[in-house]
Design a protein around this ligand. Structure first.
Ligand code: ZN
Length: 87
């Protein structure tokens, strides 16, 4: 029962719950293939594109995003598959 005793005033920010498309929520974020910094948010560290059902993007933006990532790959701004060095 004592679940909320830590920070009663903290915003309810439960990740993986109530996913909202980042691009719909913030229209200032542009999906741009020349901007690998942004695109990298939606790929794994190995360079795979995170599916929309995981990242929470809507279908419309997920399509634009994958198109942008693929375009960025062809001009070598993003990796197709980053090699994980064996540790
Ligand atoms: Zn969206």
């Amino acid at each position: 029962m004592a679940q909320n005793r830590m920070a009663p005033n903290k915003r309810k920010r439960l990740f993986r719950r109530k996913k909202v498309c980042r691009f719909c929520a913030d229209s200032s974020i542009a999906i741009d293939y020349k901007d690998p910094q942004t695109l990298r948010f939606f790929t794994t560290e190995r360079g795979k594109i995170i599916p929309g059902r995981v990242s929470g993007n809507c279908a419309k933006h997920q399509r634009k995003l994958t198109a942008a990532i693929k375009r960025a790959r062809t001009i070598a701004l993003m990796p197709y598959a980053a090699t994980l060095s064996h540790y």
